[in-house]
Structure formats: C-alpha cells, structure tokens
Design a protein around this ligand. Sequence first.
Ligand SMILES: C[S@@+](CC[C@H](N)C(=O)[O-])C[C@H]1O[C@@H](n2cnc3c(N)ncnc32)[C@H](O)[C@@H]1O
Length: 271
Amino acid sequence: MKKKSEEYILGISEYELERLRFQHGVWKGITEGFFDKLGIKEGWKVLDVGSGPGFAAFDLRQRVGSTGAITALEPSEMYLDYFRGECFKNNWNNMHAVLGTVEDSEFLDNQYDMIFARWVIAFVPDPGLFLEKLTRTLKPGGVLAIMDYAYEGLLLYPNGGAFDKMAETVRSYWRHGGGDPYIGAKLPKMFKERNLSVFEYYPVGQCGGPDSGVFRWADKFFTVHVQQMVDMGITTQELGDEMLKDWVDHRNDPDSVFFSPTIANIAGKKN
Ligand SMILES: C[S@@+](CC[C@H](N)C(=O)[O-])C[C@H]1O[C@@H](n2cnc3c(N)ncnc32)[C@H](O)[C@@H]1O
C-alpha cells in the first residue's frame, strides 16, 4: 500500500482524461517536433511510459507502422480501458497495454528501440530507480526520450497580482506528491550517470492570450487544482481564492497573456 504522499497527485477521473486529451492537442505540435528529431523508424518497438489514455502512443503508432509495436505502460485501469477500446475500434493489433508503474513492473533487458515518457517522471518519488529500470529494458543504441518540467517561467501578464505566487505553490504541490518540479533540469546528469548519451536537450513552452490553446489548457488545470492544493494544506483558502480571482480577471481581459512553465525535451542513446 502506498503512502498518501506517494499517490499520483493529479488523480484519475473522467475530467482528468478529458484534460489530458485537450492537453495532448495543445502540445501535439511540440511533441511531434521532438519525435521528428529522434530518428524513429518503421518497425521500432516503443514503450510509452505513464501513457495515460494513450494519446501520444497513438501518434507514435503512425511512425513505427504496422511492423512496429507500441506498449503502453500505465497504472490506471481506467486509462488503459480507454486505450484498449481505441485499439479495438481501430483494429490496431500491434498495440499492447500493461497495467503498472515503472517501479513495480518487471521488464526484460534490451527490449525496446525507444522509450517515451511525457509528464510522468516529475511525479515519481524515485526518479533514479525509474530511469535505472527504463535504461535496462532499452536496447543498446535505443533512445530514451522524456518531456518534463523545469517549473520556471510561469507568467500571467500583467503581473504583480496574487498569481505571482502560483509557481511556488504548484512546485509545493508536486513535491507533496513525492515528485520533483525541477526534474527537467536534473535529467542531463542523471542520463550521463546511466550511460545514456544525450543528443537532444532543449526547452519548450508556449504563450498566448485568453483564447489561445495554452491559456485554455492552463485554465483546465488551475480552476480545478487550486482548490485541491487548498484542501491538501499546500496553500491557504485565502491565497488560493486570491490567485484564482487574479487568474479569472486576466481570463476576462483579452489583452492579458499567459506563459507556460518550461518543459525540457531530452533524448539520450544507450551506450
Ligand atoms: C500527466 S499524465 C500524462 C499522460 C501521458 N504521458 C500524456 O502525456 O498524455 C501522467 C500519467 O503517468 C501515470 N503515472 C504516474 N506515476 C507513474 C509511475 N510511477 N509509473 C508509470 N506511470 C505513472 C499516471 O497514471 C498518468 O496517467
């Protein structure tokens, strides 16, 4: 049984599934741009770690073709049900679903040509073990590709209001769940220590006004998770209400601008 603090902080729900779908759409161009740099080939065996409902896995499938295979590893039964449903509906028989976390799963050595993990490693309590296990199941020459936060750069402009406290509050939220909001900045060293040669490492982010995808993506997060942060004692009700009011005031101002926190895209090859 996991300690409360080790449970996945964002939770599993229909709302969260729809948020992940929307999120995937907003970040699809940036994710595909990352895939373009990885030299993915038809026939590759790919593991999508913490796949959620599988939105990235479905895109990866198009790149490896019918001779390749995608395995989605995911601890939520509900997300895997969605994944299996989509594969069944579309007659994709090179897609595999595995229930579990990285930490609790047993992997065979040297299995995958590529492993992808987007928005997962920032949430796990032992990222070293997580990377260790993934590196072992990667083939020599295989690619480990991760997209995750270095949670800086969050900005709601004009700034100066209560929302300026949001970045630190979200970082505390991540840590409360056992995660690390700066993992994206730590990964180059962690890759090196595991004999992975980094060949891509760059930051990605988006900005836009209230009608933009990135603003609406953030809206789906803050309007739900601020109250959760209050309920978990990460911030006070008073500050939570003030941050949310500041957010809503900006949302109603067509000239306001939101900058997402930085995400690091990193890829390394197993030596
Ligand atoms: C924010 S979602 C991202 C989903 C998907 N990677 C995407 O980009 O759309 C994080 C996912 O990681 C899963 N997860 C959390 N801890 C995990 C772990 N230790 N091992 C594998 N998956 C994990 C969660 O169940 C959730 O589906």
